[in-house]
Each structure stands twice: as C-alpha cells, then as structure tokens.
Write a protein that binds this ligand. Structure first.
Ligand code: PGA
Length: 261
C-alpha cells in the first residue's frame, strides 16, 4: 500500500485526477471503476477540465460504479446515476452507453447483482478503481461485517452511513436503507486501486483503515491485501497516521513519483 499526503484537499484531488488521466492515456480502452460522494466532486471537475483541454480522452473508456440505492430511478436527484451524469459523464466525451451502475429499480435483486459482476468479468476486469471511504470505514456500501470476499450484493446500510448520507435527501427519512454495492472482493479484483480521503472528519477512520489491523469491521482495511493500492490523503485526513514522515519521504524521493511532485 502506498500512501501519499498532500497539504490541501485541492492538491490531493488534482493528483488523483492526474493519476487516473495518465492511466487512461496509457491504455485508451480503459475499464474504470468509479465512486460517488462529496469527496469525488472536484476530482470529476478536474477530469472534466482535462478532457476539454485535450489532456485525457474518454472516448473508449468503459466505467462501472461502486453502488446505487435500491428503489431510486436514474432521474432521482439522489441516485448515483444522476450524480455521475451531472459530475462527470455529461461533461466528458465518454459514450454514455459504456457507463454502468446497478439498476436501482431492477425487479430481481439477486439477478441484477450477478449481472453486474458478470458485466465486469466479461469486459476483462477493472483496470483502476477509484474509491473513497465512509465514516463507517466502508468502501462502496460495504458497511461493517461485510466479507472481504463478497461480490456485488444488496446491503442494508448501517446507522452511521444513514446519518452520513440522509442529509442529502428531502425529507432526510426518504433515504433508502438498502443499496447495491460492488463487494469487497469485486473491488479487490481491480488491477489497481486509488483511494482518496480528505477532511478531518475522516482522520480517525483513515488511520484505522490504513495502519490498523485488517478487519471486516472496516471494509477499507481489506485494501491492505491488494498489491497495487495508492491512498491519497490531504493533511487533515492524514493527521492520525503514525508513519506520516515516512510516507512523505517516499513521495519526495522515490523516482516513480518524480512527475507528480
Ligand atoms: P463522502 O462519502 O465522499 O461523501 O464522504 C464517501 C463514502 O461514504 O464512501
């Protein structure tokens, strides 16, 4: 696991966008895993800017998102399909038919979850999955207790996640308590994982996930198992990390990061 700390959220977001853009430019038929949430909004704004400036081309990119609420139509302004169209897909030259999220209105939930995993497998797997972390330690909606080998499934959301996200709903109680999520195992199958964590409200959970023991109580800690994970944090989110100085030393001296410093 590589850990990079940037002084500000803006710098962490820009670095994240650059790593994704460089990976796409190196392999245009890219299979990109995506996440939603407040953390990612500026990453998508930066990727949109880069696309308009000719710095990254999404024309052959195919994408899969981590999750979607059960029961929300794509047009619902809190659905993750709506978020992705608004924050990224409508602003770049991706073919919308190549963008995938679970169908929140699918009649058969098990079949929909299996279809989603199959669509990733048929495409040859995800090249890079961009993920965040929730205050519950989740990646996707894999709240505490989710198996590290889980595949895409419908999850009942914990109170922590409900409290974190219901503020976006009007009224707040209308937030669905169930959602499709790619499993921890689905995410671990990606060839590369890039995790972005910003803000002081994430400092405690970031330290537990990155430097604490692996446990299904913090699904993000499963990323420690992955051979190619980069975690990018701003200084606030990194505040509780014990090896902060070491991570900085690596980023400043390892030649592989020279272009990104
Ligand atoms: P946030 O959500 O970016 O809105 O904090 C992240 C998450 O819950 O995974």
């Amino acid at each position: 696991m590589e850990v990079i700390i940037r002084p500000t959220a803006a710098e962490a977001e820009k670095l994240t966008a650059r790593i994704i853009a460089d990976a796409i430019n190196a392999k245009p038929e890219f299979k990109l895993g995506l996440a939603t949430g407040a953390t990612m909004e500026n990453v998508y704004a930066e990727l949109s800017r880069m696309n308009k400036a000719g710095e990254v081309d999404f024309s052959q990119v195919r994408s899969w998102n981590l999750d979607e609420y059960v029961g929300l139509a794509p047009e619902h302004d809190q659905s993750y399909r709506y978020y992705m169209n608004k924050n990224l897909f409508n602003n770049v030259n991706i073919d919308i038919r190549n963008t995938h999220l679970p169908d929140g209105l699918a009649a058969d939930e098990e079949a929909e979850a299996a279809r989603y995993d199959d669509s990733i497998d048929e495409a040859g797997g995800i090249d890079l999955w961009l993920v965040g972390i929730g205050c519950s330690g989740h990646v996707g909606f894999n709240d505490p207790g989710t198996s590290f080998s889980s595949r895409t499934h419908v999850a009942y959301l914990t109170k922590t996640t409900y409290e974190q996200n219901k503020i976006y709903f009007t009224p707040p109680e209308s937030m669905p308590r169930r959602a499709y999520t790619a499993g921890v195992g689905t995410v671990l199958d990606a060839k590369k994982i890039v995790q972005l964590i910003t803000g002081k409200r994430k400092a405690a959970i970031a330290a537990a996930a990155i430097e604490g023991p692996m446990t299904s109580m913090i699904s993000s800690s499963a990323l420690q198992l992955h051979p190619d994970t980069v975690v990018i944090l701003d200084a606030e989110a990194a505040a509780n990390l014990k090896l902060r100085d070491f991570y900085d030393e690596v980023f400043q001296n390892d030649p592989k990061w020279a272009a990104y410093r």
